[in-house]
Design a protein around this ligand. Structure first.
Ligand code: FES
Ligand SMILES: [Fe+2]
Length: 400
C-alpha cells in the first residue's frame, strides 16, 4: 500500500532525519495497521507483582479494545487472560481491581475459576465440553517482579532482556518494590506524538524548568561528558554497577524485544529527582548511598523506567483512541517503606507530576498543529537523534 511505503524523499533528497508525514498521525487505516503490527505485538508493563499478593487478587489491564485479567491463582502463580467470555463474548470481569474466588459472567452466568478454567455453564447440552472453553490466555512474563504482557500470538523473546537487565534490576531489587502511587494522564494527541516527546530532551530546557534544575540531560552534548565525571567517580564505592545496553528501536535484535539501559548524572546538588535535591525515600536494594545519578531503562517500545537511587518512575505510553493517548506513571519505592514515615507522597510525585502535565500541554499543541493541512515533515535536531532511530524502526515494523 502506497501509504505504508517508507516516507517519500524530502526536499533535500534524504529519507531520514525528518519527522513523520501527516498521514501517519491522521489516517485511520494506518492506525489499524499499527494495532496489528506494533501496539498489540509488543511487551508492555501491566503492573508489579506486589499489587496482587494473595490468591484471587487481580487487576485489569485495558488497551484499546482489549482487556486483560491479571490474577494470582490458588497455586500462587500469576496468569493473564483475555477478559472475553467463551459463551458469547461478554467481559466477564467488570471491576478494575479486586479479589475473587471465581468470575461469573454478568450475561448468562458462565463461571470461571481463577486459573481460567470454565467451572460451570448452565443449560448446555450433554455434548458440551467445559474443558475446551476456558478463558483465552494472554502472553505474560514476569521480569524481576514486573508483570509484562503481550497481546500477540507469537511474541518476540524476552530472553535477552532478562539476561542483560538482570544486573541493573537486581541492583535496585525490583522484585521487592511496591507502587506508592499510580496516576493516568490522558492526552489529546496521537500515541506517536506522545511517544516521540519522550524520546528527546530538545524540549526540556524550554518546557521543563523543574526537571532542568536537576537533570543534566538538557545540556548540550559537549558539556554533558564533563558533568558525568563526579557521578562516575562515586559509583563503585556505593555499589552502583555500570550497565550500558542499546538494543532499542533500529538496533532491536532479531526475534528479541527491544531494550536499552544507560546512566547519567544529576546536577551535583541533587541526590535524586526531588525539588530540593534531598532524598525522597529509603535507598533501594543494596545501594550504599547516592552517586547523584539516574538510570534510564526501556523494555519494549511503550515502557520506560527512570531509576533514582531511592525510587523508580515507570512511564507507560499507550493509545486510547486514534488521536488520543495516555501516559501512566507509577512511582515505586521499597516494599517495606511506609508512607508518611519513610516518604511523603506529595514530595515523591512532585517532579514527574509537574513534568508530565507540561508534556501533556506541549503534546496537545503539537497535535493541533499536525491537524493543519499545512503540517509537513520537519528536519530533526541533533538532540532528536533517538526520534530518527524510532522512525526507522516504526516504518520497518509497519512494513513487516
Ligand atoms: S456471554 Fe458470558 S455467559 Fe453468556
Ligand atoms: Fe518532556
Amino acid at each position: 500500500m502506497e501509504k505504508l511505503a517508507p516516507q517519500k524523499k524530502r526536499i533535500d533528497g534524504s529519507t531520514s532525519g525528518w519527522s513523520l508525514d501527516r498521514d501517519f498521525y491522521k489516517d485511520p487505516e494506518i492506525f489499524e495497521k499499527e494495532k496489528e503490527k506494533i501496539i498489540f505485538d509488543n511487551w508492555i508493563f501491566a503492573g508489579h507483582v506486589s499489587q496482587i499478593p494473595n490468591a484471587g487478587d487481580y487487576f485489569l489491564f485495558n488497551l484499546l479494545e482489549e482487556s486483560i485479567i491479571i490474577i494470582r491463582g490458588n497455586d500462587m502463580e500469576i496468569r493473564a487472560f483475555f477478559n472475553v467470555c467463551r459463551h458469547r463474548g461478554s467481559h466477564v470481569c467488570l471491576e478494575k481491581t479486586g479479589n475473587s474466588k471465581r468470575f461469573i459472567c454478568p450475561y448468562h452466568a458462565w463461571t470461571y475459576d481463577i486459573e481460567g478454567s470454565l467451572f460451570a455453564a448452565r443449560g448446555m447440552p450433554d455434548s458440551f465440553d467445559k474443558s475446551n472453553h476456558g478463558l483465552h490466555p494472554c502472553a505474560m512474563d514476569i521480569i524481576e517482579g514486573m508483570v509484562f504482557i503481550n497481546f500477540g500470538d507469537n511474541p518476540v523473546s524476552l530472553e535477552n532482556v532478562k539476561r542483560d537487565l538482570a544486573g541493573p534490576l537486581k541492583m535496585y531489587d525490583f522484585n521487592n518494590l511496591k507502587v506508592a502511587a499510580h496516576k493516568r494522564y490522558p492526552i489529546d494527541g496521537n500515541w506517536k506524538i506522545t511517544l516521540e516527546n519522550y524520546q528527546e530532551c530538545y524540549h526540556c530546557a524550554p518546557s521543563h524548568p523543574e526537571y532542568s534544575l536537576s537533570h543534566t540531560f538538557k545540556v548540550e552534548d559537549d558539556k554533558f561528558e564533563e558533568l558525568q565525571k563526579p557521578m562516575l567517580s562515586r559509583m563503585e564505592a556505593l555499589g552502583v554497577g555500570t550497565h550500558e545496553y542499546d538494543y532499542q528501536f533500529d538496533k532491536q535484535q532479531e526475534g528479541q524485544e527491544n531494550y536499552a539501559c544507560s546512566r547519567y548524572a544529576l546536577f551535583e546538588k541533587y541526590k535524586t529527582g526531588s525539588q530540593d535535591g534531598k532524598p525522597l525515600a529509603p535507598l533501594l536494594g543494596n545501594l550504599l548511598g547516592y552517586d547523584h545519578g539516574a538510570l534510564d531503562i526501556n523494555i519494549g517500545s511503550f515502557t520506560y523506567y527512570l531509576c533514582y537511587n531511592d525510587h523508580i518512575i515507570v512511564y507507560v505510553f499507550t493509545p486510547t483512541e486514534h488521536e488520543k493517548s495516555a501516559c501512566d506513571i507509577y512511582w515505586l519505592v521499597r516494599n517495606d517503606a511506609e508512607e508518611g514515615k519513610d516518604y511523603d507522597l506529595d514530595k515523591l510525585t512532585w517532579l514527574w507530576n509537574a513534568t508530565t502535565l507540561a508534556d501533556e500541554r506541549i503534546i496537545v499543541d503539537n497535535q493541533k498543529g499536525v491537524n493543519s493541512k499545512k503540517y509537513q515533515s520537519g528536519p530533526l535536531a541533533i538532540k532528536e537523534k533517538l526520534i530518527e532511530r524510532y522512525i526507522v524502526w516504526y516504518l520497518h515494523q509497519l512494513a513487516k
